[in-house]
Structures are given as C-alpha cells and as structure tokens.
Design a protein around this ligand. Sequence first.
Ligand SMILES: *Cc1c(COP(=O)(O)O)cnc(C)c1O
Length: 322
Amino acid sequence: MTLPFPLPTYADVEAASRRLAGVANRTPVLTSTFANEATGAEIFFKAENFQRMGAFKFRGGYNAISRLGDDAKRRGVLAFSSGNHAQAIALSGRLLQVPTTILMPLDAPEMKIAATRGYGAEVVLFDRYKVNREELAAEMAAERGLSLIPPFDHPDVLAGQGTAAKELIEDTGPLDMLFVCLGGGGLVAGCALAAHELSPGIKVYGVEPEAGNDGQQSFRSGQIVKIAVPKTIADGAQTAALSPLTFALISRDIADILTVSDAELVETMRFFGARMKIVVEPTGCLAAAAVLGSKIPVRGKRVGVILSGGNVDLSTYARLVG
Ligand SMILES: *Cc1c(COP(=O)(O)O)cnc(C)c1O
C-alpha cells in the first residue's frame, strides 16, 4: 500500500510533547495492589481521565491546532464528533485563540453539546440520519476556509496522543507490555511509536469492544475491514474502520488486537470505582479490562495500561455500576 503521506515517527511525538509541556496535564500513574495480586503482574495505569477535558484527546487536538500556519489559525478549525474529540478541539482552540466549529448530531447528549459550547466553540447541529457528516464537514470546510481536524486520521493528532505513553514509560522505566484502548487507532498508533523507542522489545496491544472488532479483523486479515456502527457502551470506540494511516502503523507496530465484552467493561468500571476510587468511562476501561480479564498471560510482567478517559454522565455511570 502506498500512502499519500510519510508516516509519523517518534520525533513527532517528542515535538508534540514539547508543545504540550505546561499545557496538558502530566497525568498520574496509578497502581493497585489488588490488581497486581489478582493478575500476578506489576500494572501501571496511566490515568488520562485526569487529563484536561477528561480524556487523552486533548493531546492530539492541541498538537494539531498548534501546528497550523498563522493564516489557517486565523480562519479557524472544523471538527465533527459527538464525544471527546469535540471538547478537545473546542478547548484547544480557546487556549490557542483559534476559532472552532464543531459538527454534532442533533441527538448528541445535551451535556456534551453544552460542554463543547462552554469551551467557546460554535456548535452546528445536523441530522445524522439524513446527512452524511463527512460530506457536510468537507463542504463547510471548503466554504468557510476552515482546517478540518479529524479525531484519529491525522499524523499530528496521533503524534500528540503518543505523548501519553511517552510520559508513562518515562515515569515507570521499561515495560514488557502496553495495553491501549482502540477506536480509530490514533491513540494506540501514537503510543506504539513512543513505546518502541523508550522500551525496546515492548509488546503493544490494542483493545476494542467485542461488538466492534473491525480493528482485530483488519489486523489479522492484513486489510482494512469496515463494519456497521457497533452497538456497545464503549461510545468512544464506535468507529466503523481504521484509516490507511492508523492501519499502516498498527500493522507494523502492534503485537495483536484483543477484544472485551460490555459486561467486562462494566466489571472494570466497578473495579476502578470501588477499589481505586476513580471514574473511568466505558471506553476508557477497554485496555484495563483485557489485562484484568487475562485475555493474554501477563503473570510476572511489567504492564502499562492507558486509561483513556473519564467522561460519562453520572446517571449512566450510576446505572452501569449500580
Ligand atoms: C477516542 C477515544 C478512544 C479511541 O481512540 P482512537 O484514537 O480513536 O483509537 C478511546 N478512549 C476514549 C476515552 C476516547 O475518547
């Protein structure tokens, strides 16, 4: 496969981490004696639920907007998302004084629309059952001269996401394995660039919802497999397909892609609430669920786990863990 762009490298992750220094939170690395005893591994949780706006997506969004030229910054940025990417772009735009427009479905949760507006973005609502959002986004970007920043299919976005693994391994020292939540693959692709550089020999695993295992099918078959929008509580991983960019990096840098069920995600949310006293959203539990559920042997290993975010309505949270 020939790609119309060069693949990002660890140097891009390093450059992103310089841009994010003093802006993104250097999130804590948490441990749990209970989890270590249950698995026989030494587990290090990178708590991106404590990142600004509540998820790692701030890293990629901020890095991508920072990289725009002055003219593009003046005209502004467009993104489409009903979730964390919307808030990441809105907040990054506010911090960098770049106007942002976010396309959100009419039926997106009121709280998420309000949060995105609260960061100063112009929210444009559309009917997702009538309108193709990619086409609408491309049209609006062309009409208004805006730069479109997608949630994962972008080298600056994924280089930014990789700073999460860079910080983790800087704090823990070398690891044997790293588990990363997977939707469109920006987070795992970026984290793998950092992990292989800072911890040679490490094995990096992507973890996605059982109902939405397009990544696993793609990885194992050697070509991008597209599925219908999966039904899962992991709303941050309801992507239909990897992109050529994330697929290229994942094929090269990842050891395997594992899946977990919604029931295992709920179990893991309960573990974080009850044992570690932290709120992790369903999608943010993917990687941890694979480790705690021993999807592959981890006994005796030093294991990194990215907790990707903590944005979940309290009512949903209460219903799931109650
Ligand atoms: C977006 C998101 C993911 C998936 O990230 P990709 O880069 O699309 O693979 C995982 N967890 C949370 C909380 C997210 O918001």
